[in-house]
Design a protein around this ligand. Structure first.
Ligand code: TTP
Ligand code: MG
Ligand code: MG
Length: 415
């Protein structure tokens, strides 16, 4: 008689995340940088230059001055302490010899589409979680529930390996995959053996693989909740799993504390959602130096127009129109201000976006210098369709309650 196969979990969910994604895409173009500390985050001026003999000159972090941040870094740079979101000047102190490259988002989007298509050929139930990661429901993929020898998870392991191979063939890039009974655990598992990892975690593995991790690793425990948990001497997921539910409820309220407890015990029944529509699409830019609305008017105006043009092309490429146009301004000292207005009819062209965003701008006091400018389009719809939740039609455009008067000065700015 055959031995009974140990029960498989009801669902087999994978989380796949590309390794050092932007940096790895750059290495495809510059293979001579393989294994070296490389940082993505420079400006166009840092584009490598080809020498007459065919070799390239790369910019080094040590040469950088400015206020940019590290977008991502290769694993070689990470061993020197250089990570995403660190200031480039600070990173230069840790890794002066690291190569600095400008970001090329078109390329990253291209490789993002390629890897997702490669996965979809093997497992069609995919939830898009951004440029370099997806959830995949492997439950019904042929072979995923077949044991291999005595290993009940042999089948799903083989499917995951096939997915990784297929991504590598399609893109030349490695990724890390976590396979578990749910999204929450899979998101944790995909990080455990990065880069090029394949990590299967079952409920039986919780104590050894998940519980030792710091609570902040759980997707849904942000900096605030994390800090508060730490003040309660809850540092690891094990501490959280052992915490008295009443203590958690006292500090976090009934809803969130219940979720914290479930998360620590590896429970999560959210489905893999295959269709998601963005709520809004935006573009923003941080200036090289703070700009003043009047003194730097031509430069600001040019940047403003360019943002609106990029946004219009994003909308057109993705096939959306939007009715709410918003702006975001960050001033010196980091104060951030947003304004928006809702139009009668949805738009997707740069001129209409520019016009509406210009009206928003007139509702802001621009006496302080600016460090960031952003433009956003929301209330998205597809051509010929009414956006979700929209009922009747209002008269004229409705603006958000923010009745600041346009000052005569502002009326002349950016126009
Ligand atoms: P991540 O998946 O967080 O990071 P990564 O792919 O570079 O490295 P890992 O191997 O640890 O997964 O982010 C994916 C890409 O998103 C990353 O290559 C660059 C971009 N990104 C930012 O622009 N800003 C950020 O703060 C982070 C974290 C990522
Ligand atoms: Mg990644
Ligand atoms: Mg990611």
């Amino acid at each position: 008689m055959a031995e009974p196969t140990p029960a498989l979990p009801d669902r087999l969910i994978a989380h796949l995340d590309m390794d050092a994604f932007y940096a790895s895409v750059e290495l495809l173009r510059y293979p001579e940088l393989k294994g070296l500390p490389v940082v993505v985050g420079g400006r166009r001026a840092h584009t490598p230059q080809e020498r007459p003999d065919g070799t390239r000159h790369f910019f080094k972090l040590a040469d950088y001055t400015g206020r940019g941040v590290v977008t991502t870094s290769t694993y070689a740079a990470r061993t020197l302490g250089v990570f995403s979101a660190m200031g480039l000047m600070k990173a230069a102190l840790l890794a002066p010899q690291a190569v600095l490259l400008p970001a090329d988002f078109d390329s990253y989007r291209h490789y993002s589409r390629l890897f997702k298509a490669a996965v979809r050929e093997i497992a069609p139930v995919i939830e898009d979680r951004g440029i370099d990661e997806i959830y995949i429901d492997l439950t019904d993929v042929p072979g995923a529930r077949d044991p291999v020898g005595h290993d009940p998870l042999g089948g799903v392991r083989a499917v995951a390996r096939e997915i990784k191979n297929s991504v590598l063939r399609a893109t030349g890039l490695t990724c890390s995959v976590g396979v578990t009974p749910n999204k929450l655990l899979s998101k944790l598992a995909s990080e455990l053996d990065k880069p090029d990892g394949l990590t299967v975690v079952t409920m039986a593995d919780l104590p050894t693989r998940i519980w030792p991790l710091p609570v902040r690793r759980i997707n849904g425990i942000g900096p605030k909740a994390g800090a508060k948990l730490n003040t309660l001497e809850i540092e690891t997921i094990a501490d959280l799993a052992a915490a008295a539910p009443e203590l958690l409820a006292q500090h976090f309220g009934a809803g969130y504390s219940g979720w914290l407890h479930q998360a620590a015990w590896g429970l999560d029944d959210r489905p893999v959602v295959t269709h998601s529509e963005p709520v809004s699409i935006s573009r923003e830019t941080t200036f090289e130096r703070d700009l003043h609305a009047q003194r730097d008017r031509p430069e600001l105006s040019r940047i403003f127009t360019a943002l609106c043009e990029q946004l219009a092309s994003d909308l057109q490429r993705k096939g959306y129109l939007g009715r709410t146009i918003g702006i975001k301004l960050r001033f010196e000292g980091f104060r951030t201000v947003t304004r928006d207005l809702t139009l009668d009819e949805p738009v997707q062209d740069a001129a209409a976006i520019r016009r509406a965003a210009g009206l928003c701008l007139k509702r802001v006091d621009l006496s302080q210098r600016l460090r960031l400018l952003g433009v956003r389009v929301g209330k998205l719809s597809r051509p010929g369709e009414i956006e979700p939740g929209r009922r009747g039609r209002g008269a004229g455009h409705t603006t958000k309650a923010e009745p600041s008067q346009p000052t005569p000065e502002n009326l002349r700015l950016f126009t």
